[in-house]
Ligand binder design. Structure first.
Ligand code: SAH
Length: 403
């Protein structure tokens, strides 16, 4: 089998079970592996470390499949990984509910680098984000149907990160029957919500399942509140707030398509349209306008897209996080709460909290951190792969005597 021989000392991160081999760690390539081929990873002194998928175009030159020389990388390994991923989610209501919306496979954390699979009722949406994932996509799709009894696997391998792997975007039906235009699924919570997703054209795989638990939290604290949902997408937080008895909701997003789905979702759940305004706007401008109009809110959600796609973008991203949160703080009533998020892997929780501190200071708000939030447990964080903790959130409360 072909192999990557590492430079001296570069075996350390692998020994700690970090699953990525960067190009700079590789001394030489033995053989002529093609993209997606399985290669042996060998230390400078000839010790076997792992089997990995080769990705010649990427800075992440290989991603680990397993750590055992004796275990082959084959269909049965994929099957075993998928079975374990499903078993690990059995305690979740979102998994057990026949119409549940749940992430079945979360890449590296489930031992399946580059592979994401989200289930919406009977539809599975698959994303293959690395050369290794690309190689095994048909096997994985078939096994997912076999293991879940779902009706189809629809592929949404159109995320920008594929470019870094030298892969072109691909989307379309991979296996089974065409999914409906809008796939309806169920999100547990109190009382639980039904969501429509456009799995063909929606962002990511259709919905943002990682925020399930945070949406439920918002639902539980929204009674009587005037709510501002910034970056609302298909209405997730807004609907949770309305179901939880919010007095009013103003929801902002730049995407008209997302807002159309949001309106449909509101009707689907029988929630009162007269208490909600869906506004298509650029959030940065819209918050300033609201301030000029003298508006204020009891509960604000700020859930922006990833401002820092890589570590190189952290500084610019930090400025964007600061600006949007500063504007949001200015709209927060004394005693009010703000749930604010970053899904940039490169922005850690400490940096994020520091950014928030600066934003509150500049907005003239005295606030406390009431809670730290993370992705729902079907997006597991691997201890040996800290990059998997991409989503972080803070619930900040403005002091009653704020200022
Ligand atoms: N809170 C949502 C997910 C938000 S994803 C949920 O729970 O489902 C981020 C959203 O930000 C996307 O819907 C995207 O359309 C929107 N967005 C991106 N840039 C924006 C901008 N400058 N102003 C307003 N919305 C923007």
């Amino acid at each position: 089998m072909d192999a990557l021989i590492l430079k001296p000392g570069k075996e350390k991160s692998l020994q700690r079970r970090h699953p990525w081999i960067y190009s700079g760690a590789v001394a030489r390539v033995k053989g002529e592996p093609a993209a997606g081929d399985t290669v042996r990873i060998v230390s400078a002194d000839g010790v076997f470390l792992s089997h990995a998928a080769y990705s010649p175009a990427s800075r992440i030159r290989a991603r680990v499949w397993n750590w055992s020389e004796a275990e082959a990388v084959d269909e049965s390994l994929m099957f075993q990984r998928l079975r374990a991923a499903l078993a690990g989610r059995e305690s979740l209501e979102a998994f057990r509910h026949p119409k549940g919306a749940v992430r079945l496979v979360h890449g590296e954390s489930d031992g399946l680098p580059g592979i994401i699979a989200d289930r919406y009722a009977e539809t599975i949406v698959l994303q293959c984000l690395s050369a290794g994932a690309e190689r095994w996509r048909k096997t994985i799709a078939g096994q997912l149907l076999q293991l879940t009894g779902c009706a189809c696997v629809y592929e949404r391998s159109d995320a920008e990160v594929r470019q870094m792997e030298g892969l072109s975007p691909r989307h379309g039906l991979l296996l089974g029957a065409e999914p409906p235009e809008r796939v309806e699924s169920f999100e547990p919570g109190s009382p639980g919500l039904r969501f429509l997703a456009d799995v063909r054209r929606g962002q990511k795989t259709g919905l943002f399942l990682d925020q399930r638990d945070s949406r439920a939290l918002i639902g539980s604290v929204a009674r009587g509140a005037d709510v501002l949902d910034v970056f609302c997408y298909a209405g997730g937080f807004s609907l949770a707030a309305l179901a939880g008895g919010a007095r009013s909701v103003l929801a902002l997003d730049s995407s008209g398509d997302a807002l159309s789905v949001a309106r449909e979702n509101m009707a689907l759940n029988g929630l009162p349209p007269d208490r909600t305004e869906w506004r298509q706007a650029d959030a940065f401008k819209a918050l300033r306008l609201l301030r000029d109009q003298g508006r204020s809110f009891d509960l604000i959600i700020v859930d922006p897209p990833k401002f820092a796609p890589t570590a190189a973008h952290v500084e610019r991203a930090a400025r964007a996080y600061k600006d949007i949160n500063l504007q949001a703080f200015k709209l927060l009533r004394p005693g009010g709460a703000m749930a604010t998020f970053s899904c940039s892997g490169a922005v850690g929780i400490e940096l994020f909290q520091k950014i928030l501190a600066g934003a509150a200071l500049d907005a003239g708000v005295t606030a406390t951190v009431e809670k730290r939030l993370m992705a729902a447990p079907d997006h597991p964080v691997s201890l040996s792969f800290p990059e998997s903790e991409y989503l972080k959130g803070l619930v900040c409360r403005a002091r009653i005597d704020s200022g």
